[in-house]
Design a protein around this ligand. Structure first.
Ligand SMILES: Cc1cc2nc3c(=O)[nH]c(=O)nc-3n(C[C@H](O)[C@H](O)[C@H](O)COP(=O)(O)OP(=O)(O)OC[C@H]3O[C@@H](n4cnc5c(N)ncnc54)[C@H](O)[C@@H]3O)c2cc1C
Length: 563
């Protein structure tokens, strides 16, 4: 019998991400990853969202993924619903996009962009990385039985007959959900999401678009009875899949290959892209993927990634939720290992994982049921955002959801920004001076916390889970942390604008590096805008007083220059 601190079932993105985080932030923990297959192995689910890159960077793996030269995903092109019109959505404004040599670095525009990955290569990079950080990885090792006592897992029996005992167990076994099933966790099946997928990999399909060096948009194309994904995975390998309702598949009585070939011919643009393409000859199908686990943790175990739930391929959010849950499961284990309150930690993990998957399911459900126009979809996402405490206009709500902002929605504020991490990343252009931006057109800023309650939310940072206070009023949330805490502190005394400028300058001068000053400034100003729009700050204008101005921004970042 072998003993380890943490035993992880499955070496997919969930398992390897958790393993890497456990080793990165908790060097003393022994981590064993048990993987049924030998890597590399193919896997569906290739199109990513930008939020993943932040996690890859945090575990120190972004450069390795970049070195594999996967296409950069700048966004998606949709042909959807009742029109033939093509609708582009970009993670980053293309007029600001500039060509950069590859391999690039995780900075500048790349922080807002994503990858389209060949999972055979990607999953192996991640698993090797976990190994390099000190995880013991056993491939071709299947967990065949979970030994349990009540809600505790007591051990994992392997196909070799060996039993592994651990202090914590993690189910990263994907759709198999071996531990989830063994612990009799109930699952919900959302009614509208019953589709089947049929897909194949192709050689030599043309990319629909080439943007700069190695960048493109994935194509989402509706056909008569379903939709097609078209995801280039490299210079000459493309994943092309068809999704159709399970009911249609049953009723029409055709073989998957027939349905697939027919659908590919239906869209002239797609047929053009695939004119010279050759299939690899391994058509695959899957179904019954939409579910939500009734809970995501037990006494000494966690479900993460696809073992804890999945909505649908639409929106390409599966891997984003997978990586995010894997990170938070690792931080939760580390915090429990330090002796923090397990009930609070587990409740936080469960709630967040449930919310993420539910948000995605709600969106996908609407997407299919309405077959809607984009404006209607955007209105719907605004409602989802509102239910998550974010007051965003429809276009921004769509951007929030489509970029994966919903994976960490709880500690952001305001209509002006997105969730906090995105707010930081996007600060450089959200923070531009706009004529209607009250930050630059008003000059009296008064804090208004009247009738606000204070609630405590978990904050997952640097391998720790801490309690972060937030002000809450009418579904608006204001976390007491950077960048909002600066304004919370300084605006309490309702200072004159000149005093405020001095305070801001003094604060920024505490950071010697101009890049750091710039980043902080670019986070602080949109944060003030968010606080104004959400009513936490009342802004007004008084004649004969100055406002914040663009020159001021320059002076803040280059304080020794003469403006
Ligand atoms: C049709 C379809 C299309 C999708 N498209 C996208 C997309 O475009 N973008 C996106 O982000 N997501 C997409 N997804 C979702 C994405 O595939 C998943 O979110 C992701 O693969 C989940 O990662 P994971 O690590 O949880 O599970 P997996 O990647 O499935 O890894 C689980 C691992 O566990 C191993 N394992 C299983 N059982 C055992 C056992 N008993 N013992 C040991 N090892 C075991 C398996 O071999 C596997 O390697 C799609 C999903 C489907 C179904």
């Amino acid at each position: 019998m072998a003993h380890t601190d943490v035993a992880i079932i499955g070496g997919g993105p969930a398992g390897s991400t958790t393993g890497s985080f456990l080793r990165k932030y908790g060097n003393d923990l022994s981590v064993l990853i048990l993987e049924r297959d030998a890597f590399p192995r193919d896997h569906v689910g290739e199109s990513q969202l930008p939020a993943i890159s932040r996690i890859l960077d945090e575990i120190g793996c972004w450069d390795k993924v970049e070195a594999a030269n996967f296409p950069i995903k700048v966004g998606a092109t949709y042909k959807w619903g009742r029109t033939e019109e093509l609708w582009d959505f970009d993670f980053y404004p293309l007029d600001l996009f500039h060509n950069e040599p590859r391999p690039g670095r995780y900075e500048g525009q790349r922080k807002s962009l994503a990858f389209q990955v060949d999972r055979a290569i990607y999953d192996k990079i991640l698993l090797d990385h976990a190994r390099e950080l000190g995880c013991e990885v056993r491939e071709t090792t299947r967990v065949v039985r979970i030994l349990r006592q009540g809600d505790r897992v007591e051990g994992l029996e392997l196909d070799t007959g060996e039993v592994i005992q651990a202090r914590f167990y993690v189910d990263g076994s994907g759709h198999a959900g071996i531990l989830r099933r063994a612990m009799n966790v109930s699952v919900e099946h959302p009614t509208n999401l019953q589709n089947i997928a049929i897909w194949e990999y192709w050689r030599n399909a043309e990319w629909a678009e080439e943007i700069g060096v190695g960048a493109t948009r994935v194509q989402v194309i509706s056909v008569r009875n379903g939709w097609i994904w078209f995801i280039p995975l490299g210079p000459d390998r493309t994943s092309v899949g068809l999704i159709v309702p399970a009911a249609y598949y049953k009723a029409v009585g055709k073989r998957p290959a027939e349905l697939y070939e027919q659908a590919l011919q239906e869209d002239a643009r797609l047929a053009g892209l695939m004119r010279n393409a050759m299939p690899e000859g391994n058509l695959q199908t899957t179904k019954d993927w939409s579910f939500l686990a009734g809970r995501h943790s037990g006494e000494n175990w966690f479900l993460e990634g696809e073992s804890s739930g999945f909505a649908d391929p639409i929106l390409a959010a599966g891997l984003t939720i997978t990586h995010a849950s894997a990170r938070e499961a690792a931080f939760t284990i580390l915090e429990m290992d330090r002796g923090a309150d397990p009930a609070w930690l587990r409740a936080a993990y469960d709630r967040r994982q449930s919310t993420r998957i539910t948000n995605h399911i709600r969106f996908a459900d609407y997407w299919y049921s309405a077959n809607a126009q984009f404006t209607e979809l955007q209105d719907h996402t605004a409602q989802i955002a509102r239910d998550n405490g974010l007051n965003l206009d429809p276009a921004r709500a769509w951007a929030w959801l489509a970029q994966g902002g919903f994976i960490d929605e709880e500690l952001g504020a305001g209509a002006a920004g997105f969730a906090l991490p995105l707010l930081k990343d996007l600060g450089s252009y959200l923070g531009e001076v706009r004529e209607d931006n009250p930050v630059y057109t008003k000059n009296i800023f008064r804090l208004d916390l009247e009738n606000a309650d204070v609630e405590v939310r978990p904050l997952y940072e640097n391998g720790k889970v801490s309690r972060c206070e937030s002000y809450v009023r009418e579904e608006r949330r204001l976390p007491v942390r950077f960048p909002y805490d600066f304004w919370l502190h300084e605006l309490r005394s309702a200072p004159d604008i000149d005093v405020l400028k001095q305070k801001l300058k003094a604060y920024l001068l505490r950071f010697a590096d101009p890049k750091e000053r710039s980043a902080r400034y670019l986070a602080l100003m949109p944060a003030l805008e968010a606080m104004i729009v959400d009513g936490w700050v009342q802004a007004s204008y008084e004649e004969d007083k100055p406002c914040f101005a663009e020159q001021f921004r320059y002076a803040m970042i280059h304080p020794h220059s003469v403006v």
